[in-house]
Design a protein around this ligand. Sequence first.
Ligand code: SF4
Ligand code: SF4
Ligand code: SF4
Length: 395
Amino acid sequence: MRQTVESAKAMGFAALLDRIKEAGLTEYGLCPEPLADRIYAACAKEGDAYVHAGLNNADVDRVLLGLLREDPERVLAGIFAAGTLVGAAAKFLYIPEEEKELTEALRPLAEEYKIVLVNDIINVRESEGDLLLHIVTAAELADLIDGCSESGVYVSTDGETLKKVPGDTPVPELVSLEGAKAVYLGYGYCTPDEAKEMKAKDATTGLIRVLSEKDCIVSETAKQLLKYRKASCGRCVFCREGLIQLEFMQREITMARGKSSQLDLTKEIGEAMTCSTLCTVGQESSKIALTAIEKFGPEYEAHYKKNKCPAGVCTAFVHIYIDPQACTGCGDCLDVCPADCIEGKPNFIHMIDEFECTKCGKCIEACEEEAVQMTSGKLPKLPNRLIKVGKFKKH
Ligand code: SF4
Ligand code: SF4
Ligand code: SF4
């Protein structure tokens, strides 16, 4: 076991709590209360108290799990020390369900620290009165005991690598805002102008992601909502049903079936979710949709009013066609089409059946003549039957 555990035992309850108070150690994430207060509250619980450590339930970005991957013993020692302070009957570490490999890798070490690993989110209702501990807080508690604390917050700008920076570091010092359309941080979007005023500590999940003109806000929002749907335990109606509805409506908009009423409904459901749910999944997940609509309304309008995806991402708004002047009738596109929707024969201009085309883009890659084109505008005049190469007349 790491020295942290021996040091914590040697220090004793009072001295360790004094150190936590002097250092001003606060719980990381969405409930930034002094850790000492949370420990006192758990000690005052009637009956057995437990420690439940993990990410915020709503943290579907998972970048802060990097702390567990980099130095698991640091996090486990922090959980152990917190458990000793509250006299915990048991200590649990919650790891997202999809991280089975990480869980198995941690199991021998967790057994040594008498920490139970759970592949789930924290059940907030059942853990009332217990000590809820973010894994960042656990890591920082271990550092404090070891005498190697450094103030700051963890951020990742590539979704993988974590670095610790002072909490008041301006966001523009961490990411380039040149060509940015939006910045995703702390469960929602902000505009590049807003991002100029934001600090590293605003990135609650640790992730700062810059979206460019090539990223579609509606499509990105739908993807993130799907991650929340997967994370939801389904106990609260507003979280379970709300997320299904929110994701469905954003997806409909990306598939050219959008209506302005879907925006009003998104706002209504999103706002209701924030105050009618038990944990951060329900309370935070709608922020992405609410901020997307509030700050990037014109991009939504372009989808449902102009039938256009400004980023060119939503394939429902694009057409793929073969330029009859450029096609040499070689057949390469036909050979690679997984939907079998290209008609042609050698030396004849090939044609795409738009109704069957899945817009996978394989034919674009295959055509050396660059005859397969993608457009979000109007289609040019195209042959309606097989015509020999060179014989197609535009007019
Ligand atoms: S808010 Fe969602 S994830 Fe949290 S308890 Fe309710 S249903 Fe489960
Ligand atoms: S579209 Fe391109 S790949 Fe397909 S037949 Fe014509 S030239 Fe060949
Ligand atoms: S985009 Fe994909 S599905 Fe459509 S014609 Fe090309 S290869 Fe076939």
